[in-house]
Design a binder for this molecule. Structure first.
Ligand code: MG
Length: 253
């Protein structure tokens, strides 16, 4: 497994490779052929950013069998999609900001797929070849607005409502990874990606028949049962298999 990060470099944001406690430059193209170059520094001393720059973040509603069972609703026959804007993305350790006039802010632990190649009308059998790798995502949601609006757009779209990271894991199998969220250290969600109703190949293919997916675009694959509500100051941590933790605090400004 190779770990791709983005960090705040002296000349601006840059992709890097995380090996042990150190970040190395990338020689080549992160969406093509690349290898680690010179050591940049200790990861602790760098500011990590969201590990990719999506043009769009495609969310998938209700996509875990255990979540559907718990909610007492039948599994959907095809994926239900929504889009979060690119401006919602933040990196590991960045704060989630509680928006004015929002009453309830929930976290949703999700496996995030990072697209590696332009994908348009891709077959299920070919879909994994269009994926760069996987990271942790938090599909932060203003639950009161989701219910009030009917449409999910506003509830899902606030700035800072899509923590991603801490790195993109390249070269792992996404079909059976444990997924966990913790709120202030207590486990709140625990499942496995083997419970996904629509797996990664199906989602990439399905979405690519709706919109062209570009390198760096993100698919949030859905959250397992019992997402939770946050209070100001709470810290959410998300782990997906060997990836993580993605740690973010909710703050009021
Ligand atoms: Mg979600």
């Amino acid at each position: 497994m190779l770990k791709v990060v983005r960090y705040r470099g002296e000349a601006g944001p840059a992709f890097g490779v995380l090996e042990g406690d150190s970040v190395y430059t990338i020689v080549g193209d992160v969406f093509g052929k690349f290898r680690p170059g010179e050591r940049v520094g200790a990861v602790k001393e760098l500011v990590l950013l969201a590990p990719c720059e999506p043009t769009k973040i495609v969310g998938v509603g209700l996509n875990y069998r255990d979540h559907a069972r718990e909610a007492g609703v039948p599994a959907p026959e095809e994926p239900v999609l929504f889009v979060k804007p690119s401006t919602a993305a933040i990196g590991p350790d960045a704060d989630i900001v509680w928006p004015a006039r929002v009453e309830r802010v929930d976290f949703e632990a999700e496996m995030a797929v990072v697209i590696g190649r332009r994908a348009h009308d891709v077959a299920v059998a070919d879909a994994l070849a269009y994926v760069l790798g996987y990271t942790c995502g938090n599909d932060v949601t203003a639950r009161d607005l989701q219910r009030r609006d009917g449409q999910w757009m506003r509830a899902k779209s606030y700035d800072t409502f899509c923590p991603l990271g801490p790195y993109v894991a390249v070269g792992i199998d996404p079909s059976n990874l444990p997924i966990t969220s913790r709120l202030n250290g207590d486990v709140r969600q625990h499942s496995a990606t083997s419970n996904l109703i629509f797996g990664v190949p199906e989602l990439v293919s399905f979405i690519s028949h709706v919109m062209t997916l570009l390198p760096g675009d993100v698919i949030l694959t859905g959250t397992p049962g019992r997402y939770g509500t946050m209070r100001a100051g709470d810290v959410v941590e998300i782990e997906v298999g060997p990836i993580g933790p993605l740690r973010n605090r909710l703050v009021r400004r």
